[in-house]
Structures are given as structure tokens and as C-alpha cells.
Design a protein around this ligand. Structure first.
Ligand code: 5AD
Ligand code: SF4
Length: 478
């Protein structure tokens, strides 16, 4: 995959900065999507700040408002149209510049609707994020609307400025796009084909983060554990040597995990989202061997019914999923799982849904992200005739939720008395008397302590449980 040269685009950052000089302008970013979208928003913030804008959380104060959209489920669309309706008055009153980017802008019918019915200045897509400064400059100078969407598969963009939300935990995109084409999912159409960042760029970025004091890294991608697969296959076909960093050839996710594990200063490594089909033995062994890699694994199930999984094009059966869980439990001590589940996929019968509940009962996930199936224009599942009525979807969703809550209580009890080394993130947002951190399995723990602990890893013993958080006590440290 060739890297796109973005030097020309980056020059527009300076150009916008010049026209903004002395104006004390503010910007606001509204992010609607997944962690990849959040990571893109950090790049949008990086560009906006270099263009002379300062961040405000109050839209009413903003001179530039950027919507970074998501299109994975339907409710995001309604939300965006609501937001665009609300901002119209502000734009008319004080000329607020409106920019809309992200996944939803890769859908023609949405862009057409916005063009027809809403006010905006710039529309950019997932493949034109780096062109935002240029488009903004042209929109301001020519006083016209710019729509800059390209429908290519996307290349690798390196070197965009970034302003990170947090100073302890950082997300690093390692690959983009998806080749799986699960039949419900719009992602392959809006993010393009799977392509991986060069390992040296990833390693250098993480080394830089470690030097800045970051402790926790989340490796991001739509299908992280197929990192470098496409590139590896291409290299094999043309007999090329694969990438080498410090003499370790990094041409797979397992090798990337091992290389990141060797970076001094980083204490915890997480990754989302993997696909069950790509949990090869080398990946499982790397998770087992690398002490910094979290043993809390996100393993998207989507459905527990082999029939529905087939219709979803997930390429594994109920049994294969359960066997994978078992294998990981055998190989990785104390491994725990989170998952994504969709209820009400076309053709899902009561029996199919019970298969999903059965897998939930067997695996006892620590965390379940539950979704009601949402029809996405352009996906194969949208064209399936056996769509499930809304009422049934909602009832099944409630049943799954009830089972999940029952299991959280059960799982929580097992935490009491256990000791966890927690990275202290800061004061709790909901109760500022307590510090907060998360167990490896993403349970929120609150505990008493002072500022000096923030950013450190401390042993905390769990003393009581509540549905959505646990309470702990810091143990004496040497
Ligand atoms: N409807 C409902 N949920 C969806 N997801 C993806 N597409 C859809 C859809 N059309 C869910 C999947 C995926 C998560 C990010 O979003 O569970 O893993
Ligand atoms: Fe969508 Fe499936 Fe790719 Fe995930 S793996 S982004 S659900 S197509």
C-alpha cells in the first residue's frame, strides 16, 4: 500500500492560520462513532488547533463546528439531522462554519439529503480527512460549499497532527478498512478495503507516546488481528521481503503485539476489534506470552446461531466460537471476554435467539455491547425479505439485557477480595471524592486516595460491588 503524500494539504493548515490570525476563533467537535472515529476526531482537533482555533465544549461559542459522523446504526442518522437542524439558526446569526465528516459522508443518499435540506460549508469523507484544511480554506476564500468525497479504497495517510484527549491512555490506528463483508455491516463500503499501516510507523508512534508519558495503548482497526494479512499475501505472491524493525520481521498481528510489548514505558496494551476467524494460534500465544497485553479480549459473537452466523457471513459456527473460547481459556490463564451481539437479524427465529442466550450463559462475558439489528442501505441484509418486526426485536433485546445484568451481578461477586494493579486515571467523574481506575477486564473501580497516585499503577483490593462499578481500597505500596 502506497502512502499518500499530504505535504500540499498540510500547507493549507498555515494558510487558514494566516486568515484566522488575531481573531481568537473557537471550534467544537461532535463525535458520533466508534474508537476509530474518536481517533479521527483527535486528528481533526490536531488540525483545527494548528489552524488557530481553540477548543470549546459549548457549541454556541464555536466559530467552527465539525460533526464526525458514524453510520453503523440508524439512530446516528437521526441524531445528525437533528444537530444540523439545531445549528442552522446559529449559522444564520453569526456565520458559524459547519464541517461534516466521517463514515456517513461516504453514503451518497445522506450527502444528497444534506445538500438539499441543510446548511453546511465543508463535507469531507473517511478518505479525505487530510483534505479538511484545504477544503475549509477554499470554502472560506471562495465563500461556497465544498463537498470533497472520494470513493476509492483509501490509502495510508501518515503525518497528520493529532491532539489526544487523554495523557495516559492513547489509541493508535494500526489498520483501516475491512474485507469481511458481514452482511449487516456498512463499514466495508464506507471505510474501503483492508490496509495496514507500516509497522515502523506504528512502533515509532508508540515509542513517541511512551516518551511523552503514555502508559496504555489501544491498537485500533476494524479487524486488528488480520493486521498485515493483505500485505503478507501480496509480498508472498511477489516474493518480497517483509518489513523489518530491529531485526524482527513484523508481518502479522502476533508479531506486532510482541514488538509493542517490548517498548519501554508502556504498561498496558489493548486492541479492538478482532474477528474470531483471525484468532490464530500465534495470536493466542502472543497474548499469553506478552505480560503487558491485556487478558481481557473482545470477541465479537454477533449471534449464537450457526444458521444466523452463516446468513451474516461471519464464517464460524456456534461450536467453533465456543471451541475458540475454550482454547483461549486453556492457553491464557484468567482470560476474560467482552462481546458484541446483534438481536433481530433477518430470519432470526426464537430458537436462533435462544442459541445466542445459550452462548452468553456458557461464556459469561464480562461486558456485552448489545445492538438491535438496523437496516443499512446497500448491505445484503437490507435486501433480505425475512426482516424481524420491531416489537420482537425489542423484546429479545430486553431479554438479553436481563440475562446480562444477572450475569454482571454474578461476575461482580467473584471480584470481592481480589487484588488488581490499577492504572489510576484520575478522580471519578460521577463522584469526585474517589479516584478511579479500571481492572484489566474494564470494570470501573473507585477508591480513596490523593492526586499523587494519578498516572501510577497501584494495587487495589475490591471490597464491595455495585452493578456498574466496584469499590476498592489501595493496599500499602513499598
Ligand atoms: N445493526 C446493528 N448492529 C450493527 N453492528 C454493525 N452493523 C450493525 C447493524 N446494521 C454492530 C456489530 C459490530 C458493532 C460495532 O456494531 O455488533 O460488531
Ligand atoms: Fe463490519 Fe464485519 Fe468488518 Fe466488523 S468484521 S467492520 S462487523 S464487516
Amino acid at each position: 500500500m502506497t502512502k499518500t503524500d499530504i505535504n500540499e494539504e498540510l500547507e493549507y493548515i498555515e494558510k487558514v492560520k494566516k486568515i484566522n490570525e488575531g481573531k481568537n476563533l473557537k471550534y467544537n467537535v461532535f463525535t458520533m462513532g466508534c474508537q476509530l472515529n474518536e481517533n479521527d476526531s483527535e486528528k481533526i482537533c490536531g488540525m483545527a488547533e494548528k489552524m488557530g482555533y481553540t477548543k470549546t465544549e459549548n457549541i454556541a461559542d464555536a466559530d467552527l463546528v465539525i460533526y464526525n459522523t458514524c453510520c453503523v446504526r440508524e439512530n446516528a442518522e437521526e441524531k445528525l439531522f437533528g444537530k444540523l437542524g439545531e445549528i442552522k439558526k446559529q449559522k444564520e446569526a453569526k456565520g458559524t462554519i459547519i464541517a461534516i465528516g466521517g463514515c456517513m459522508m461516504q453514503e451518497q443518499h445522506i450527502v444528497d439529503k444534506i445538500k438539499k435540506s441543510y446548511k453546511y460549508d465543508v463535507i469531507f469523507g473517511t478518505h479525505t480527512l487530510h483534505k479538511f484544511p484545504k477544503d475549509l480554506y477554499n470554502a472560506i476564500m471562495e465563500n461556497k460549499r465544498i463537498t470533497d468525497i472520494i470513493d476509492i479504497d483509501g490509502e495510508i495517510i501518515e503525518g497528520l497532527p493529532i491532539k489526544r484527549e487523554d495523557n495516559i491512555r492513547a489509541s493508535v490506528t494500526i489498520m483501516n478498512g475491512c474485507n469481511n463483508f458481514c452482511t449487516y455491516c456498512i463499514v466495508p463500503y464506507v471505510r474501503g478495503r483492508e490496509r495496514s499501516r507500516a509497522p515502523e510507523d506504528i512502533i515509532n508512534e508508540i515509542k513517541g507516546l511512551a516518551q511523552m508519558g503514555y502508559k496504555e495503548i489501544t491498537l485500533l482497526g476494524q479487524n486488528v488481528n488480520s493486521y498485515m494479512r493483505v500485505e503478507r499475501e501480496k509480498a508472498k505472491a511477489s516474493m518480497q521481503e517483509s518489513n523489518e524493525v530491529n531485526n524482527i520481521k513484523i508481518d502479522s498481528f502476533a508479531k506486532l503485539l510482541r514488538a509493542v510489548n517490548n517498548i519501554d514505558g508502556i504498561e498496558k496494551i489493548r486492541f479492538v476489534s478482532p474477528h474470531p476467524k483471525d484468532f490464530t494460534d500465534d495470536v493466542i500465544e502472543a497474548i499469553r506470552d506478552c505480560e503487558k497485553v491485556s487478558k481481557f479480549i473482545h470477541l465479537p459473537l454477533q449471534s449464537g446461531s450457526t444458521k444466523v452466523l452463516k446468513a451474516m457471513n461471519r464464517v464460524y459456527t456456534k461450536e467453533q466460537y465456543l471451541n475458540l473460547v475454550k482454547k483461549m481459556q486453556e492457553k491464557i490463564p484468567n482470560v476474560k471476554f467482552s462481546t458484541d451481539i446483534i438481536v433481530g437479524f433477518p430470519g432470526e427465529t426464537e430458537e436462533d435467539f435462544e442459541d445466542t442466550l445459550d452462548v452468553v450463559k456458557q461464556v459469561k462475558f464480562e461486558q456485552i455491547f448489545m445492538f438491535i439489528y438496523s437496516r443499512r442501505v446497500g448491505t445484503p441484509a437490507d435486501k433480505m425479505e425475512n426482516q424481524i418486526p420491531e416489537e420482537i426485536k425489542h423484546k429479545r433485546f430486553d431479554r438479553l439485557k436481563a440475562l446480562y445484568e444477572e450475569q454482571i451481578e454474578e461476575n461482580n461477586k467473584a471480584y470481592i477480595g481480589t487484588v488488581h494493579n490499577l492504572l489510576v486515571e484520575g478522580y471519578s467523574k460521577t463522584n469526585s471524592n474517589f479516584l478511579t481506575g479500571r481492572t484489566d477486564s474494564n470494570k470501573v473501580i473507585i477508591f480513596e486516595g490523593n492526586d499523587s497516585l494519578i498516572g501510577k499503577v497501584v494495587p487495589v483490593k475490591i471490597v464491595s460491588e455495585h452493578l456498574w462499578y466496584l469499590k476498592g481500597e489501595v493496599l500499602e505500596t513499598k
